[in-house]
Design a protein around this ligand. Structure first.
Ligand SMILES: [Zn+2]
Length: 398
């Protein structure tokens, strides 16, 4: 088959209308290498849900977070640079943010000629960071947590391909249109012979579809695959897929080849949510069972933060939106949650001096990720179950 893989790109069809940006997996890579000699890049993570935008709360929150930075920046020139970047974000919120959504992420830094805006369809904690580089961690965490679904929609002679990621979808700039013999041109053929001829072409088509899917899956790291179309056609494509890809089939859904992008996205999104809820339920069950049996599981701030400090956490499980104030040790970077009646006098791990931090959960997540562990953020109904069972939990390496 003669499909040039290099020419297949992801198209952003109907992007504006949908109010979200489709974030490509490799999109942030250039930003990870960007560093200035001094602080000059402002990163803002903002909640742009309809209520926040309508009441102007989003701008108030930004001002509020900026105030904390003003207190910390003493150099006059640096202060001016900070003001500049802040004003740019304020102008954007004022005049350019047309549609509310879920989360808005902005990286701005004039010295680096940097201005990036992402509207992300999932919740990310609000924050403002002034540094010599973009603060990417929260965005990278979200991108890491969500799986990439390749989507293949096929008929007997056509096929479209999509990538579903972070709740959004984009279509590949490529569709298969395979030749199907016309009845008239087959004049004189017997009905049986004609039918066989058509079937041969359809087989060839399904094989091509499977081949393109397999190659895109490898190139773009599809973690799961969704097959769409009639049951009969989907079964054909499935049979031609390599075994390894067959095992990654997340589901098979009915769809028409002319369905628009939003219709396809909504169908895949419902399936992805169902899978995510299953995974969440399994993980919560694993942690609770392990903790109850006194095996490799812990629940609650004290035990979890201790395990984080000992670098024993393989999987940290946290309900979405969980925040908790506490302290960080200036010597060993150990974390202590504010759950005691009176603040500890010194670090329980090493005796060092403790400094107050706004949120130990966020810091714990960063530490787990930087020591090779993973984080599961609960977004479905398990969120509330887990909150009642000690809020935070972990599976340990040993
Ligand atoms: Zn310490």
């Amino acid at each position: 088959m003669s499909v040039d893989l290099d020419s297949i790109r992801l198209e952003l069809i109907g992007d504006d209308e949908r109010g979200f940006d489709f974030l490509k997996p490799d999109e942030l890579e250039p930003l990870t290498e960007l560093t200035l000699p001094t602080r000059g890049i402002l990163s803002a993570y903002l909640d742009i849900s309809p209520e926040q935008v309508a009441t102007g709360k989003v701008r108030l929150k930004l001002k509020d977070m900026a105030r904390t930075w003003y207190e910390r920046i003493t150099d006059k020139q640096e202060r001016r640079a900070f003001e500049n970047e802040l004003a740019r974000i304020e102008r954007y919120l004022m005049y350019e943010l047309k549609e509310p959504g879920r989360s808005l992420v902005i990286f701005t830094g004039e010295p680096a000629n940097l201005w990036r805006v992402y509207r992300i369809p999932v919740r990310i904690r609000t924050r403002l960071v002034w540094d010599d580089r973009p603060y990417l961690r929260p965005l990278l965490t979200v991108m890491d947590e969500y799986e990439r679904f390749g989507v293949v929609l096929t008929t007997r002679e056509e096929a479209r391909f999509f990538l579903f990621y972070l709740g959004e979808i984009a279509e590949y700039s490529f569709a298969l249109h395979d030749y199907v013999p016309n009845r008239h041109k087959a004049g004189g053929w017997s009905q049986a012979r004609y039918q066989r001829h058509v079937d041969d072409h359809a087989m060839h088509h399904f094989r091509s579809v499977a081949e393109v899917a397999a190659r895109l899956a490898e190139r773009d790291n599809w973690q799961r695959i969704v097959l769409m179309g009639t049951e009969e056609n989907v079964a054909q494509v499935r049979d031609y897929l390599p075994k390894a890809l067959q095992q990654r089939i997340a589901g098979e859904l009915p769809a028409s080849i002319t369905d628009n992008l939003n219709v396809i996205r909504d169908k895949v999104r419902a399936l992805a949510q169902e899978i995510e809820r299953q995974i969440e339920a399994e993980r919560v069950d694993q942690v609770i069972t392990a903790a109850e049996k006194g095996q490799n599981g812990v629940l609650g701030y004290a035990d979890v933060l201790m395990a984080v400090q000992q670098q024993r956490v393989a999987l940290l499980v946290v309900p979405e939106g969980l925040e908790h104030p506490g302290w960080e040790c200036s010597q060993c970077a150990g974390l202590v949650a504010d759950i005691l009646e009176k603040p500890p006098e010194s670090c329980p791990y090493c005796g060092g001096i403790l400094t107050e931090v706004e949120d130990v959960v966020d810091l714990a997540m960063q530490k787990v990720l930087s020591t090779g562990g993973t984080v599961e953020i609960l977004r479905g109904p398990m969120k509330d179950v887990f909150r009642e069972r000690g809020l935070i939990g972990a599976l340990l390496r040993y």
